[in-house]
Design a protein around this ligand. Structure first.
Ligand code: FE2
Length: 317
């Protein structure tokens, strides 16, 4: 009982120290969101200056080599690529297929209280038992492609296989939004099923188009309705990630308005690997940054230690 209460108190204290709380206070004081985010970013850089400089240095060193798989242009904020052309790509697809078959009809709510239209098909045990997921995610050529765009050596936030289940809802991430963690981050979406319009593809607006309309959006850091966004930008400007099995997309979900999982017919399955910038503006959500090191996951290679890092205080709810 005491333990439970103590945990609650610690939880509260940690929350009071978090950027999420500071952002809330600043917004209550009617500070413009843009300025609050700018200030919090600067403070977090100062607090983490040593690691920030170290990550910048590694990214700079990596950028000198031309060893990349793709380039995300700043004006677009996303690109496409073929997974089979990446080291471990084919092996990753084959392993994913086997895992999907095995976990498909199980109740996989291991991110308790998660979105109702999501089913997670990759367990932590799978990540431990099948090294191909981290071998793929930590491949230096892939990291260099991402690090060049972010301008800093990133963190692997999470690796998930997400099944979007047939639904008729329009809630949460089914509405257009920007991920709040930072100014930039990269999520890799790999199609593990053929994805058509009816399956609810990831739909996004380039970063330059997003920049054009962001000032006109009432609350750009909350969910934005279709009515509002389609008034501001023509429907033809939106890119739908409609593609067959094996096609992949690298997307900056902080700079590009996006939504997905409006799965009206047939389930959609994607592998999502998120790469976080450092140190971020606010702490990532609980499904965006798993403390893999604490869970006993190790990866090989130089600087691999820097790839696994939690930006979330232990008790942050
Ligand atoms: Fe998102």
């Amino acid at each position: 009982m005491l333990n439970k209460n103590l945990k609650k108190v610690i939880n509260k204290l940690i929350y009071f120290c978090s950027s999420r709380f500071h952002l809330k206070i600043l917004s209550e004081l009617r500070f413009p969101r843009k300025i609050s985010r700018f200030l919090l970013k600067k403070i977090r850089i100062i607090v983490n200056l040593g690691e920030f400089k170290e990550r910048k240095k590694i990214a700079k060193k990596l950028a000198k080599s031309n060893s990349t798989y793709f380039e995300i242009k700043d004006s677009l904020g996303f690109c496409t690529f073929d997974v089979n052309k990446l080291k471990y790509g084919t092996c990753l697809l084959n392993e994913s297929k086997r895992i999907i078959e095995r976990n498909k009809n199980k109740d996989n709510n291991f991110y308790k209280g998660g979105k109702k239209f999501f089913n997670d098909l990759l367990t932590l045990e799978d990540l431990k038992n099948y090294p191909v997921f981290f071998d793929f995610a930590s491949d230096l050529k892939l990291i260099n492609s991402i690090s060049r765009y972010l301008g800093i050596f990133p963190i692997i936030g999470n690796i998930r296989i997400i099944e979007s289940i047939e639904n008729d809802t329009m809630i949460s991430s089914q509405l257009f939004h920007l991920d709040p963690e930072d100014y930039k981050q990269v999520k890799i979406f790999i199609n593990l099923s053929d994805i058509t319009f009816e399956n609810g593809p990831l739909t996004l607006l380039s970063s330059s188009e997003t920049k054009k309309i962001i000032k006109k959006v009432k609350n750009p850091y909350l969910r934005v309705s279709d009515d509002e966004i389609y008034k501001l930008s023509n429907k033809n400007n939106f890119f739908e990630c409609i593609a067959p099995f094996g096609q992949a997309f690298a997307v900056d979900t902080c700079s590009c308005f996006h939504m997905g999982s409006r799965t009206r017919m047939g389930n959609r399955i994607v592998l999502v690997i998120s790469y976080l910038s450092f140190p971020g503006i606010v702490e990532p959500g609980r499904t965006s940054n798993i403390d893999f090191k604490r869970l006993g996951i190790k990866i090989k290679g130089k600087n691999s230690n820097m790839l696994l890092r939690s930006l979330r205080p232990k008790y942050l709810a």
